[in-house]
Design a protein around this ligand. Structure first.
Ligand code: NDP
Length: 286
């Protein structure tokens, strides 16, 4: 089965723009609708081929990409009989969800038994990076599998790092998300304090941007925090999931900041879960 034929599962905020970039790079793209038909319709207009189910996708592709919300969906979809019955040793799975290392290793073990190659490949760079094709891939897996899939990854990503075996991609992504979730709360506190002291936020950005308190989060989210713009982006409920993965991986460590941040994301999930994760700032900014 050709590596030029790519099946794509998970056409959300990240998956849809990534799928568009694969079409731009002339990959034959195979998709199926889940609940929302809109992304499938958009992709079909650009040349994607629609199937009625994931098993239809699998029977037509050599490379299968998944970028689903979380462990639960990874398990439901990637370990379903519907999909596994069609997967053969000719397939390679590129799994890009920010899931847990344990779920990734579990899937890899099942796939390995069938001779299916797996690359654990979560991404960073947000929806903006997904649109521009400038994502960072944190790849866990055999070097040969990474080399085999590199051309596909290059259609969606600018930087590709091999970080270890399967599971290591999800692990480093969890650390990134732990930092990002904490930095967002810190950035919101900086904006709250600056507003309280009647600081010009442009001056703040410029000066702190070249000072030791700078963070990617402050520099990139200051404007939307100032404007109280909480349209996703990266959903609050997904950040809560990521903080939870990090805290659970570190149960033998104290991780006081991550544990506190997780409590805040949990407390606010009901109200803010579908908004951008910067909505966590609402209880800090008045
Ligand atoms: P979204 O919620 O926007 O998209 C999830 C997609 O998965 C939807 O298209 C949904 O389809 C689909 N889906 C859910 N369940 C199933 C299923 N059982 N079978 C097939 N498709 C299914 O999430 P994002 O795209 O934002 O995030 C995806 C992953 O990427 C998450 O793990 C997230 O943490 C990570 N990530 C997100 C970033 C971001 O900025 N958004 C940045 C980096 C990583 P439907 O809507 O039809 O139900």
């Amino acid at each position: 089965m050709g590596s030029g034929r790519v099946g794509f599962i998970g056409l959300g905020a990240m998956g849809l723009p990534m799928a568009k970039n694969l079409l731009k790079s002339d990959y034959e793209l195979h998709v199926a609708a889940h609940r929302n038909r809109e992304p499938v319709e958009m992709l079909k207009k650009r040349g994607a081929i629609e199937h009625s189910s994931v098993s239809g996708i699998v029977s037509r592709c050599g490379v299968l990409i998944s970028i689903l919300p979380a462990d639960k969906e990874m398990q439901e979809v990637l370990l379903s009989d519907q999909l596994l019955d069609r997967m053969t040793s000719e397939h390679v799975l590129i799994e890009m969800t920010s899931g847990s290392p344990a779920m990734m290793k579990n899937i890899d073990a099942v796939y390995r038994e069938k001779g299916i190659r797996v690359l654990d490949a979560p991404v960073s760079g947000g929806t903006n990076g997904a649109e521009k094709g400038t994502l960072t891939v944190m790849a866990g897996g055999d070097p040969e599998v990474l080399e085999e899939t590199r051309p596909v990854l290059e259609a969606v990503a600018q930087r590709i790092y091999r970080v270890g075996p399967v599971g290591a991609g999800k692990a480093i992504k969890a650390i990134n998300q732990m930092l990002a979730g904490i930095h967002m709360i810190a950035a919101a506190e900086a904006v709250a304090l600056a507003e309280e002291m009647k600081m010009d936020l442009n001056v703040l950005k410029q000066v702190i941007g070249s000072s030791s308190g700078a963070s990617w989060m402050l520099m990139n989210k200051l404007d939307s925090l100032a404007n109280r713009d909480f349209a996703p982006g990266f959903k609050h409920k997904l950040m809560k999931k990521d903080m939870q993965i990090a805290v659970e991986e570190g149960t033998d460590k104290a991780l006081p900041l991550a544990s506190f941040a997780l409590q805040l994301y949990k407390m606010t999930e009901k109200e803010m879960g579908e908004q951008d994760f910067s909505a966590i700032s609402k209880f800090i900014l008045s």
